[in-house]
Design a protein around this ligand. Structure first.
Ligand code: PLP
Length: 399
């Protein structure tokens, strides 16, 4: 990058903070040990892993007795381990596919939905929960499925905060309903960590997924945090690392980075709930002053950095390209589905029209943004939208 970009795609990834990088660097050179080695070089690396696990347990308020932090290559792998690992373990424990069910919300990230679909193909019983127009799940729809189910073993997977529209689920309520029927609860907190309080005990969840790169840490590292009652089957087999649940020599520098992120969580939350929220409100207010726009996602119960807007009569991808020419980086939705170039399943599940989906844009602020970034974006956006509408086939939106 040779010019200064205004980076408003912090839901896709975030820059690594200097403080995080500083802690990681020695583990890429002088402190290179393998944590499985018995000698002092190895024990030094093992101590770094232990420290990171402790920091993560503290950040998530996880019960010290028997809870486990399993390091993975990111949230995608953690979600796969939670879902497939649960289903395969139940099968190994003698529960038949007919007696087993996985329930996920219909707006989960692909890294939850795809393992669910893979299980379906293998003959497992999988159900998807609907959401309302704000992307909020209703616990009654979960209760309806659970009350009529005769399954002996059930996993409910509901994300804490949505990566596209930022809606924050009432997870505690959902977990209470699930537990009433003896189901286990997994939550993908990849987008929530560092922005809202993620308290495993208060939320009463059994498994939590986190990822470092959404919160100023490095890419390629995450964790699945599980309570002592959860039993999983590994999906990666090998030397038996990570309590036998994820084989492979651990990514020590990455883990140190994730641990540092966990330590910084209270500071991040204060920044997001203060300054970033104010910037986000200013951004949303300004964007909604552009004619024929609407805010997507829950108006209040949403991530403090998320502005997801539909600009009618405009194509979201055209907007991205035009804004990029002006030095502003935004996105149409999840970075992962952009690769697949398909319509957002989240917006579809929320009942948005084709036109609202086509014209949607996600702007996600970070702790590095300031008022000038927001004001410049608003100025450019008004011009760019006007320009695109001028050449749009939808003449009714020209101004
Ligand atoms: C909600 C959510 N879950 C999972 C992931 C995947 O995370 P990772 O890149 O760490 O595999 C993402 C990243 O886009 C996400 O937003």
């Amino acid at each position: 990058m040779n010019k200064r970009m205004i980076y408003l795609d912090n839901a896709a990834t975030t820059p690594v903070l200097d403080e995080v990088l500083e802690e990681m660097l020695p583990y890429m050179s002088a402190r290179y040990g393998n944590p499985s080695s018995l000698h002092s070089v190895g024990r030094d690396a093992k101590a770094a892993l232990d420290k990171a696990r402790e920091r993560i347990c503290n950040a998530l308020n996880m019960d010290g007795s028997g809870s486990m932090v399993i390091f993975t290559s990111g949230a995608t792998e953690a979600n796969n381990l939670a879902i497939k690992g649960f289903a395969y373990r139940m099968l190994r424990d003698g529960i038949s596919k007919d007696d087993l069910m996985v329930i996920a919300s219909s707006i989960e990230h692909e890294s939850v939905l795809e393992p669910c679909r893979a299980l379906e193909k293998e003959g497992f019983n999988v159900r998807y929960l609907p959401v309302d127009k704000d992307g909020m799940l209703k616990s009654e729809s979960l209760e309806h499925i659970l009350a009529s189910s005769k399954c002996k073993s059930i996993l409910v997977s509901v994300m804490l905060a949505n990566n596209e529209v930022g809606t924050i689920q009432r997870l505690k309520e959902i977990a209470e309903v699930a537990h009433k029927y003896g189901a286990f609860v997994h939550s993908d907190a990849a987008q929530a960590i560092g922005k809202v309080k993620v308290d495993a005990r208060e939320l009463a969840v059994d498994m939590l997924t986190i990822s470092a790169h959404k919160a100023y840490g490095p890419k390629g590292i995450g964790a699945l945090c599980i309570s002592k009652d959860v039993r999983l089957e590994p999906i990666l087999h090998g030397g038996g690392h990570e309590y036998g649940l994820r084989s492979g020599t651990q990514n020590v520098p990455g883990i140190v980075g994730l641990g540092k992120v966990a330590e910084l969580v209270p500071r991040f939350i204060a920044l997001y709930q203060g300054r970033v929220r104010q910037l986000r409100d200013r951004l949303i207010k300004g964007l909604l002053e552009i004619p024929y726009t609407r805010l997507n996602g829950h108006p209040e119960e949403r991530l403090a950095n998320n502005a997801h807007i539909s600009f009618l009569g405009v194509n979201g991808e055209d907007l991205i390209i035009k804004l990029d020419e002006h030095g502003i980086a935004v996105s149409t939705g999840s970075a992962c589905s952009t690769l697949k170039q398909k319509e957002s399943h989240v917006l579809r599940a929320m009942g948005l029209s084709r036109e609202e989906i086509n014209g949607s844009l996600r702007l996600t602020l970070g702790i590095q943004n300031d008022e000038q970034d927001v004001d410049y974006t608003l100025e450019v956006m008004a011009d760019v939208v006007r320009e695109l509408r001028r050449v749009s086939p939808y003449s009714k939106y020209r101004s």
